[in-house]
Design a protein. Structure first.
Length: 359
């Protein structure tokens, strides 16, 4: 169980990279609630609820039901072949439950061009000689292990992953289609798929190319790590490891197209983006980016729209950004004028929110 996202009418889309498929689950009848929960020590609460150690809980993603306002978490209990996927529901009063999907409608979409389970392509290297499909994780993340970079005098925490695990890295439902980023089995690895819903028609796939400022070259093999619809869903903002932000017009993402994005910002090396969300205040669209090395960053959409594509190594670094006082944020969602954040500190993970008016 990986990335999750809702449609406006309460269909939950769940990515499964082991089977290379996406499951749509009809949760439109989810019990209505007026509030969104905030919980301290959420990972401890989940561990106690399912009966395991706190370190055995990995929260993969977060989504808020658009009708009921319940929070849903994509969770893995344990690691390796024995890991158990859980869809955890958090009611407005903080009550936890495991979402029961046995008596609801569902549909499946298979990712036909997914990398093979034994695809061992690791010949592409990024900064510090780290294979491009691995990712930098936050300090203390159980998914990673320490990696010394002696020439630079730093130690990074790296999750060593196969290409198959990046088949679906993020997804969002936009204008009747599920937009899905990730990797493919083809030579141009980085792919964006447009899957019409209901799952009756074939998916359309576009190959993505970007200028990676930190690497100083154009790339087609690094998959998007996270993205958000932008500009009234006319485009998407996507981010990659080490850490460019790139704009793609949705109109150009046609089946079989090779699309070169406009790199609008570079957030720095030794870093992995974790989530991107947008919100509107006073008719201005703003972008929030969470990542492993920096606090949450806020970017004014007007600066993005005016930014010419970056095409030089290291400098310039693109649009201005403001560091907000929110550290350790892995997942975000915008609902009812609030930004819901899954935030980690020394005491564990916490579900917190702040008003968009205060940002």
């Amino acid at each position: 169980m990986g990335p999750i996202a809702f449609s406006p009418d309460g269909v939950l889309f769940v990515a499964d990279n082991v089977r290379a498929e996406i499951v749509a689950v009809d949760l439109s009848e989810d019990e209505r609630d007026a509030t969104v929960a905030q919980i301290t020590s959420l990972d401890g609460r989940i561990a106690a609820f399912v009966g395991c150690a706190c370190e055995d809980i990995a929260i993969r993603d977060l989504a808020v039901h658009p009708l009921s306002r319940a929070v849903f978490l994509s969770v893995m209990r344990g690691a390796g072949d024995g890991a158990v996927p859980l869809l955890v529901r958090i009611a407005g009063n903080g009550t936890l439950s495991v979402a029961e999907c046995g008596n609801v409608g569902y549909a499946r979409a298979t990712i036909d061009d997914a990398p093979a389970v034994d695809d061992e392509r690791q010949e592409k290297y990024g900064q510090y000689g780290i294979p491009i499909y691995h990712r930098v994780v936050a300090k203390g993340d159980t998914a990673g292990e320490d990696y010394d970079v002696p020439d630079f005098g730093i130690t990074l925490r790296i999750a060593r992953e196969s290409l198959r695990t990046t088949t679906v890295t993020d997804l969002a439902f936009v204008d009747g289609e599920l937009l899905v980023t990730g990797a493919s089995c083809e030579e141009f690895v980085s792919t964006l798929r447009r899957i019409p819903f209901p799952f009756r028609d074939e998916a359309h796939a576009s190959k993505l190319e970007i200028y990676h400022v930190n690497h100083g070259k154009y790339e087609t093999y690094a998959p998007v790590r996270t993205f958000a619809a932008y500009g009234g869903a006319s485009g998407i903002l996507a981010s990659y490891t080490c850490t460019p932000i790139v704009h793609f017009p949705v109109a150009e993402l046609a089946d079989g197209a090779h699309v070169v994005g406009r790199t609008v910002a570079e957030l720095g090396g030794a870093n992995t983006p974790l989530d991107i969300v947008t919100f509107t205040r006073d008719d201005v669209e703003y972008v929030l980016v969470s990542n492993t090395r920096l606090p949450v960053l806020k970017i004014d959409g007007r600066d993005i729209d005016a930014q010419e594509g970056l095409s030089e190594p290291r400098q310039p670094r693109g649009v201005p950004r403001e560091e907000l006082p929110y550290h350790g944020v892995s997942c975000m969602a915008v609902v009812d004028g609030q930004v819901l954040m899954l935030q980690r500190d020394d005491a564990g993970f916490h579900l917190r929110s702040c008003s968009t008016a205060s940002l």
